[in-house]
Design a protein around this ligand. Structure first.
Ligand SMILES: Nc1ncnc2c1ncn2[C@@H]1O[C@H](COP(=O)(O)OP(=O)(O)OP(=O)(O)O)[C@@H](O)[C@H]1O
Ligand SMILES: [Mg+2]
Length: 453
């Protein structure tokens, strides 16, 4: 690309001399006899750098430079100044000139200055472009989706993220709840601070308590020193409480207090710790049902659920499938060093037809395995996991790779029950569990329990 320079000087000889020299360096040069003319020419918007005299009749170089700075702050201006006006040049520098040269102009120096200024500008532009791209990506590009339900999710995230309201993210396993939590933090004013994640289901109650609130030395056997909890670590940031439906009553009470008073005590401690934490929680449980059953405190629920983001299951937004496939294909082709860049019609329609009980996680795993299996650069139906190949599941239970144990159990019970035409006694017997256990499991999953046969 050829850079276009503007040279403004009221002395014709200087103006033309400089223009000629800069043209020799390979630039396109336009000239102006004073600030007014220069400003008019600059208005066309195609100038990459300006060389301007300070003292000119009509609009001075200072004014010209000031206008450029206001209009197009990235454009470098090199100021030329006569003998004895170095102070003016210095003040011009202060006003944002890139650099200055005294007259008579040393052409080699000018050439060097221009080259450097343009290189810096290029760099700054590239950097800014990259930053903008990254910023945009960070917003939602980690969460792929253009379907109407996902657009609604993005919309809620955009509106809720900047506030400090607690957010409860709900949705089935694998729908992308954690990605939503990440996006909330990134789009909030807390983004420079910590995003601390706690997987509530992974820890026993007593451990979880000290994990969240920390403990004092000697609070329990093994507490050899004071330990700060996640609430302290997340100070001024965001605390993501994953699987919030799993926490026990005792911790629910403590959590409620932190949400209400922004204060807590470490386990085994007296000192009250104040904390400024934004809470984002997630669950794949139906918390309303848990409240009914007395497992979850209603007051805590309302504190957590100031804003609710329901991430819909993949089967309710199948429009997102093609984009997700494309993105995962690219990711895993790269990761496996394979050239796989397409998927044939039959495979694509299988992926579309399937109802994805494991949601996006399952789709992601499926594309990964297909990429690994692919024998050519196009994925065919043969490369898909058996569960995906249409019509191959008669007499079998299909459990998607990536499903949790819980999810797998749900599928086993659901399919056995349906195979045995809804007969619960036979289902219990077939699965080798008691009828009561089966009833409990069905009730846990919110399945209607009153259709006794
Ligand atoms: N919209 C999406 N775009 C791209 N990747 C996604 C999307 N949704 C989910 N994923 C991917 O699917 C996987 C599961 O997502 P995530 O862990 O956020 O789900 P989750 O709802 O938290 O599931 P769980 O309830 O099991 O914890 C991750 O690898 C994630 O990157
Ligand atoms: Mg999760």
């Amino acid at each position: 690309m050829k850079f276009k320079l503007l040279v403004a000087d009221d002395e014709k000889n200087i103006r033309e001399g400089l223009a000629a020299a800069l043209e020799m360096d390979g630039y396109e040069v336009v000239t102006a006899a004073d600030g007014t003319e220069g400003w008019k020419r600059f208005g066309k918007g195609d100038i990459d750098l300006v060389v301007s005299d300070l003292r000119m009749p009509g609009m001075s170089g200072e004014e010209f430079m000031r206008r450029i700075g206001a209009e197009a702050p990235g454009i470098p201006v090199i100021i030329l100044t006569g003998h004895g006006t170095v102070e003016n040049a210095v003040s011009a520098m202060r006003d944002g000139a890139y650099d200055f040269l005294t007259k008579p102009v040393n052409l080699d120096r000018l050439s060097l200055l221009v080259k450097r200024a343009l290189a810096n500008r290029e760099l700054a532009l590239t950097h800014r472009r990259m930053e903008e791209e990254l910023e945009h990506q960070k917003q939602f590009e980690t969460i792929i989706g253009t379907s109407a339900p996902m657009r609604r999710v993005f919309d809620t995230i955009s509106r809720a993220a900047p506030t400090r309201a607690s957010i409860l993210i709900t949705g089935e396993s694998g729908v992308g709840k954690e990605l939503v939590a990440d996006a909330i933090h990134e789009l909030s004013p807390r983004k420079g601070k910590a995003l601390v994640k706690v997987h509530c289901a992974a820890l026993a109650a007593s451990l979880l308590e000290s994990e969240l609130f920390g403990h004092e030395k000697g609070a329990f056997t093994g507490a050899v020193s004071r330990q700060r909890g996640r609430f302290e670590l997340a100070h001024e940031g965001t605390l993501f409480l994953d699987e919030i439906g799993e926490i026990d009553q005792n911790i629910q009470i403590k959590l409620l207090r932190v949400l209400q008073e922004k204060k807590f005590e470490r386990v085994g401690g007296e000192e009250t710790v104040e904390t400024d934490v934004r809470i984002v929680a997630a669950t794949n449980k139906d918390l309303k049902a848990e409240i009914e059953k007395g497992n979850f405190r209603e007051d805590l629920y309302y504190r957590l659920n100031v804003v609710n983001i329901l991430v819909p299951p993949l089967r309710e937004r199948k429009d997102d499938i093609p984009l997700l496939i494309a993105s995962f294909l690219k990711e895993f082709a790269q990761e496996n060093g394979k050239t796989v860049d397409g998927i044939n019609e039959k495979a694509r329609s299988s992926l579309y037809a399937y109802d994805w009980p494991g949601n996006v996680r399952e789709l992601r795993n499926c594309v990964e395995s297909a990429v690994v299996m692919a024998k050519s650069h196009v994925i065919t139906e043969d490369d898909l996991p058996p569960t995906l190949r249409q019509g191959s599941d008669e007499g079998w239970i299909r459990i998607p790779l990536g499903a949790s144990l819980d999810e797998s159990e749900r599928i086993i019970i659901r399919d056995t029950l349906s195979f045995l035409k809804g007969n619960k006694s036979k289902t219990a017997e077939t699965l080798g569990i008691g009828r009561k256990t089966l009833h409990r499991k069905l009730a846990d999953r919110g399945a209607a329990d009153d259709d006794e046969e």
